[in-house]
Design a protein around this ligand. Structure first.
Ligand code: GDP
Ligand code: MG
Ligand code: K
Length: 267
């Protein structure tokens, strides 16, 4: 179907980018079953047509709001070919939290480093190549409000439709890795709608939506496994978040230079 989904924190410039890409060729509706707005548009590139979907703005992809659930279900089930993750370059660390969650879903992510004009004005210097290398995903600088970088972004995104790529993995450390392996062994024998690796992490975070899903889908002879999983859930929530921020911190440290006064208030 050639679907490109736009994902990002609120105010990262997602809708501006969506409008710049699709122009008047767009359609606004609702996501099924919820009162969350769904915007879709079409673009042509090199004689091919692509559907662009503007997903609700979220900081995270947990199950805490309708917006988050809509965005993550769409990515996990609707399977966009490519996710363009729009991030505010002046607020990189916070924005990259969502990126770590996208990477864990196993979807192909291209990072649109938006608001580069504001970053420049604030004297924030970003080494795109280093950032790309540290995250293991393509990074393109954009100024959506001035339509800058859009062609390069599309070109990069479309080039990944048919090509594989491998992103960097978050290092959760031995403790969490052991728990994840344990959970995966308990999940073995049942079939789920989502990738098992992702389910395992979400269970360890205590994600209620995923816990219900697993309960529903666990085959009857493995109900005891589900009870064991439920006991493990959420014990590691904070450690998991911490490890994601470590991953982000390392990636940013190697690629972003800020003026001195900003650096000090930054930790
Ligand atoms: P969304 O919440 O992610 O959909 O963000 P919007 O597209 O509504 O953009 C939020 C604000 O940022 C709007 O005032 C946009 O005009 C502005 N904006 C979007 N992209 C850029 C950019 O690259 N540079 C600057 N300076 N402003 C931008
Ligand atoms: Mg918007
Ligand atoms: K702004």
């Amino acid at each position: 179907m050639n679907i490109i989904a736009l994902v990002g924190n609120p105010n990262s410039g997602k809708t501006t980018l969506f409008n710049a890409l699709t122009g008047s060729n767009q359609h606004v509706g609702n996501w099924p079953g919820v009162t969350v707005e769904k915007k879709e548009g079409k673009i042509k590139y090199n004689n091919n047509e692509y559907n662009v979907v503007d997903l609700p703005g979220t900081y995270s992809l947990g199950a805490y709001s309708e917006d988050e659930i809509v965005a993550r279900d769409y990515i996990l089930k609707g399977n966009p070919d490519i996710v363009i993750n729009v991030v505010d370059a002046t607020n990189l660390e916070r924005n990259l939290y969502l990126t770590t969650q996208l990477l864990e879903m196993g979807t192909k992510v291209v990072l649109a480093l938006n608001m580069m004009d504001e970053a420049k004005a604030k004297n924030i210097k970003i080494d795109l190549e280093a950032l790309s290398k540290n995250l293991g995903i393509p990074v393109v600088a954009t100024v959506a409000s001035k339509r800058e970088g859009l062609d390069g972004l599309l070109k990069k995104a479309i080039s990944y439709f048919d090509n594989d790529y491998s992103h960097k993995n978050i290092d959760y450390g031995e403790n969490i890795r052991r728990e994840l392996d344990h959970i995966k062994s308990l999940l073995n024998g049942s079939t789920f709608d989502y990738p098992t690796d992702w389910i395992a992490i979400k269970l360890l975070e205590g994600d209620q939506d995923v816990i219900s899903h697993v309960e529903k889908k666990t085959s009857s002879d493995l109900k005891n496994n589900f009870e064991q999983i439920k006991e493990l859930s959420s014990d590691f929530e904070f450690e998991i978040v911490d490890k994601r921020y470590n991953f982000i911190g390392t990636a940013v440290k190697c690629s972003v230079a800020r003026p001195m006064e900003d650096k000090e208030t930054f930790t």
